[in-house]
Design a protein around this ligand. Structure first.
Ligand code: CA
Length: 247
């Protein structure tokens, strides 16, 4: 029997923690519980841990501090933060501090398990970033940061446009929120860019990708109402992995 993935649940509200632990156990995971930040950090650092679910408001040690400490010793350990609705700033700070994803409270067991599964699935793929995205006869070369149409025309992407595409490609199959794009692509500067700026860059990207493209041009960036943006379902992602290399 394969090893059950070990998931550390750091959450001080017992009712939530029990619910999460039960849902994980039923779904084939091995949950380990912690009720405060200090023990959560200690347990998360144990050998054999596959993923950490981390509440942000914790006694003894704040969740963001736990994350920062954990990243010092375990830079690649998957971490999903649990945040309260409306605390956009916390989510952005969490993602900037190195969280892989977040789930907003109150969440359903199904939603949480879907995120856990998705983060675990993609974590081994991290060393293999997407190098090309193909839509119809148009190809985006992520390394060269340019769009190549079948006609031979090449259109350069700005750094921000390329970063947005790569972030969407790294999370293909789910919507990426504006604040996550903002945090990942820009970082948050003092008095910085607003999430609306993302929309402007998306609009420009869509224009560049579809102008002068072939008749078979698929939808490149889908707007998911209330959630953000995701790559279109008909695009083909080519990663660095030799098995998938098609040059
Ligand atoms: Ca809490």
């Amino acid at each position: 029997m394969p090893k059950r993935p070990v998931v550390v649940v750091v959450e001080d509200e017992e009712a939530i923690r029990r619910g999460v632990v039960d849902a994980l156990r039923i779904s084939g995971y091995e949950p380990v519980e912690a009720g405060d930040g200090v023990s959560g950090l200690r347990i998360a650092r144990n050998a054999g841990v596959d993923l950490v679910l981390l509440d942000l408001l914790l006694p003894m040690m704040d969740g963001l501090d736990v994350l920062a400490e954990l990243r010092q010793t375990h830079p690649a350990l998957p971490v999903i933060i649990l945040t309260a609705r409306g605390s956009e700033e916390d989510r952005v700070r969490g993602l900037r501090a190195g969280a892989d994803d977040y789930v907003v409270k109150p969440f359903s067991a199904r939603e949480l398990l879907a995120r856990v599964e998705a983060v675990l699935r993609r974590s081994p793929e991290r060393p293999h970033p997407v190098v090309r995205i193909q839509g119809g006869t148009t190809v985006v070369d992520c390394a060269r940061r340019e769009i190549c149409h079948a006609s031979g025309e090449r259109i350069p992407l700005s750094d921000m446009e390329a970063d947005i595409l790569q972030r969407l490609a790294a999370h293909s199959g789910r919507a990426v929120s504006r604040e996550e794009l903002l945090a990942a692509v820009w970082g948050l500067r003092e008095g910085g860019v607003e999430t609306r700026a993302i929309d402007m860059h998306i609009t420009r990207l869509r224009q560049k990708l579809t102008e002068n493209a072939g008749d078979d041009c698929p939808e490149w960036i889908v707007t998911v109402r209330g959630k953000g943006y995701m790559l279109g379902p008909d695009l083909k992602l080519v990663t660095e992995s030799p098995a998938e290399r098609r040059t």
